[in-house]
Design a protein around this ligand. Structure first.
Ligand code: R5P
Length: 292
């Protein structure tokens, strides 16, 4: 299998290829002054199974379009199969119509991916797994939670309580606690569909004196994680840490979470950021090798 690291996942793509001992074919990319995106492939792919690795972190629309360009190009240049690996699946949070007239944007993305000749789709911790049902090609979401939890355990956090900031991430906290021990729980979060403001309910978690990690799939503005850290500290947690799979880290997310009292913040390289300490390369490589 040939690995094509996309411009948004260059270093992850190279690591995935190294984990698989696979050949890489690189792309040259640029964005013209008017904003148009240019892609050129530097090697041959005819008759080969090819995986393009391109995340869709901010600026999502450019990253998504580059993924479509590369997949379409691979198909055009005669690749036998095209696997699109999009470690962070942008727009997966827009998977249903909450207010009248809203676009279900993730469906648009899926239609585009299928149209350009992608044969299989792989992502990591897709926000809403039901989204995968909208694909008519095989589509898989890998979980990086064991990788994150193992990293925390290896760094002395064995026995911490795993806390999800909302019920959507409750399974992640449960999975993390299988590795970390220390128990798990979740908060009730409500986000105003118009203002986007987050309110968190505070159940009694019995965490006084315990160390705790807040674990979520995405940190975007940091508001959700910061609120969960505050609740944990109000309830007497001793040391509080924060972990996520996709560190979008928009604006002052990092300082906001630090201000809330988190002592360490980690994420994966599904999205390149200042806190992308843990790599998902072996996870992605494993998924690709199962396809060979
Ligand atoms: C939403 O349900 C997600 O799981 C995250 O909790 C959310 O996207 C985080 O966003 P922010 O960091 O802006 O609060």
């Amino acid at each position: 299998m040939i690995i094509v690291p996309g411009p948004a996942s260059e270093s992850l793509g190279i690591k995935v290829a190294a984990s698989m001992n696979a050949e890489t074919v690189h792309v040259i990319s640029k964005v013209f002054p008017d904003g148009e995106s240019y892609i050129r492939l530097t090697g041959k792919v005819q008759g080969e199974d090819v995986a393009v690795i391109q995340t869709a972190a901010p600026h999502q629309n450019t990253c998504l379009f580059q993924l479509l360009q590369i997949a379409d190009l691979l198909d055009d240049l005669g690749a036998k199969t095209v696997i699109a690996v999009m470690p962070y699946f942008a727009y997966a949070r827009q998977s249903k119509r909450s207010l009248d007239g809203e676009a279900v944007s993730v469906r648009t993305i899926i239609k585009l991916i299928e149209t350009v000749g992608v044969d299989e789709f792989v992502s990591v911790n897709v926000h809403n797994l039901e989204v995968l049902e909208a694909f008519s090609i095989p589509a898989e979401s890998l979980s990086a939670v064991p990788v994150l939890a193992s990293y925390l355990k290896d760094h002395g956090l064995k026995g911490v309580f795993s806390l999800a900031p909302d019920d959507g991430a409750a399974w992640m906290a449960a999975d993390a606690s299988k590795i970390l021990g220390g128990g798990h729980g979740w908060l009730e979060k409500k986000r105003d569909p118009v203002t986007g403001e987050v309110a968190v309910k505070k159940p009694d978690l019995e965490i006084a004196g315990k160390d705790l990690v807040v674990i979520d799939d995405i940190i975007s503005t940091g508001e959700t994680t910061a609120k969960a850290v505050e609740v944990a500290r109000e309830q007497g947690a001793r040391h509080v840490y924060a972990a996520c799979v996709h560190p979008l880290m928009v604006g002052d997310a990092l300082s906001r979470i630090r201000r809330s009292g988190a002592e360490m913040i980690i994420g994966t390289d599904s999205v390149e950021s200042d806190v992308s300490t843990v790599t998902v390369a072996p996870l992605v490589a494993g998924a690709l090798m199962r396809r060979i």
